[in-house]
Write a protein of this length. Structure first.
Length: 397
């Protein structure tokens, strides 16, 4: 089995809205108040103030990388007016990561938007590309020393969210959250609208051009890779479904420096489309099947379609039993290393998530390597964190 060389990234990931707390200027803060049966992010994990503690725990365990995001809604609280204080805050985060020996992998957009951006028309509005370009230019001023930048997180899921928001405005019933499957009436999330997907591809390419001029970082985006497989006789149907859900976005990464692969589970495709996860006592807290082999499947497919190096930017499991997290991750890493043995160029593995956090409308799904008390914000590292740190220090699962 391959043993990773020095420089291989071993780390964990978070998203700003899910951990920072009180992201009051974002569209998701407003949306939470309208979701029937949903929970509120509130103070979240208070990582806006406690990020140094989070980074210290990761570094102390033996990890060497941390993926985190900048929050556009904080940096540009009103159109064209940027907050120097918030830019300085995120620069301190970058410096703190470097000081702890953690390579910062910075995501510029992780699902959330400023409220004013949505009011202008959001991603389908005429100002969308220009607004995001202006934000990216301003963000680039604090990214010196950052070697990895993700423009948009999971544009295929973002396209889905835009579609769900449209449906909600039309008064149609929609899923409570895009990250929990098997909800009443929504056993499978709908396909993202390719029209919206193509808009986001244009946004990504525009951002990439700016970042390549203004920074020395490797630039890419991350895609939700579903490790889809065909039931017998439905191979052509698989190609159709996978293109709409995934390959459209992978193909757009062919000019990037890397592709961020985010994989959790696997599903089949039959003549009717994606097959719901079968009911099972082993299913995770998000309703997904327990499929650690999904990572190997997803990495191989993404590498084949894009032709660029792979960075696993998210892989994990929503589970209460931490021993199962170790079992899942161990098997997922064996699949990843088997792909590497077969020649797939993989640059790192980032576990989702560093912390138990706000899961886009719910607190119950716990993905974290570190537990967080929601009243005191006390951090309690789980055995899985130390296990992954051991793997990182030794270079193989």
């Amino acid at each position: 089995m391959t043993k990773t060389e020095p420089g291989f990234l071993w780390g964990a990931a978070t998203a700003p809205h899910q951990v920072e707390g009180n992201n009051v200027n974002s569209d998701w803060w407003a949306r939470e108040l309208r979701i029937p049966g949903g929970e509120l992010s509130g103070d979240a994990c208070d990582s806006y103030h406690r990020y140094a503690e989070d980074m210290r725990l990761l570094a102390k365990a033996g990890l060497n990388a941390y993926r985190f995001g900048l929050e556009w809604a904080r940096i540009e609280p009103s159109p064209g007016r940027f907050s120097n204080a918030e830019l300085a805050h995120y620069r301190r985060m970058i410096d703190t990561a470097i000081d702890f020996g953690l390579t910062p992998i910075v995501t510029l957009h992780h699902f959330t938007n400023p409220r004013w951006f949505v009011e202008e028309g959001g991603w389908t509005g005429v100002t969308a590309v220009a607004r995001f370009e202006a934000y990216v230019r301003k963000a680039a001023t604090i990214l010196d020393g950052v070697d990895w930048i993700c423009t948009l997180n999971e544009p295929n899921m973002l396209a889905l969210m835009v579609g769900l928001s449209r449906a909600a405005r039309r008064g149609e019933p929609t899923a409570v959250t895009p990250t929990v499957e098997g909800q009443d009436g929504f056993p499978v999330l709908p396909d993202p609208d390719p029209e919206i997907g193509r808009l986001l591809i244009g946004v990504h390419h525009a951002a990439r051009e700016i970042l390549k001029k203004e920074t020395s970082a490797a630039v890419g985006w991350t895609v939700a890779c579903q490790a889809l497989t065909a039931t017998p006789g439905n191979e052509d149907r698989l190609l159709e479904v996978r293109h709409v859900r995934e390959d459209l976005y992978l193909e757009a990464a062919r000019g990037d420096d890397f592709i961020g692969v985010q994989a959790y589970s696997s599903q089949q495709v039959d003549a009717n489309g994606v097959v719901p996860h079968p009911p099972s006592p082993t299913n995770t807290l998000t309703g997904n099947a327990y499929r650690p082999d999904a990572l190997g499947i997803a990495v191989r497919h993404a590498a084949k379609v894009t032709g660029v190096p792979v960075l696993v930017t998210e892989n994990g499991i929503a589970i209460a039993d931490d021993s199962r997290r170790v079992d899942y991750t161990s098997k997922a890493l064996r699949g990843l290393f088997a792909a590497m043995d077969d020649g797939v160029d993989v640059r790192g593995y980032l576990h989702w998530s560093a912390l138990d956090n706000f899961e886009w409308g719910h607190w119950k799904p716990t993905f974290g390597l570190i537990a967080v008390d929601r009243e005191t914000f006390a951090r309690t590292p789980k055995p899985s964190l130390f296990w992954l740190g051991h793997v990182a220090r030794h270079g193989h699962p």
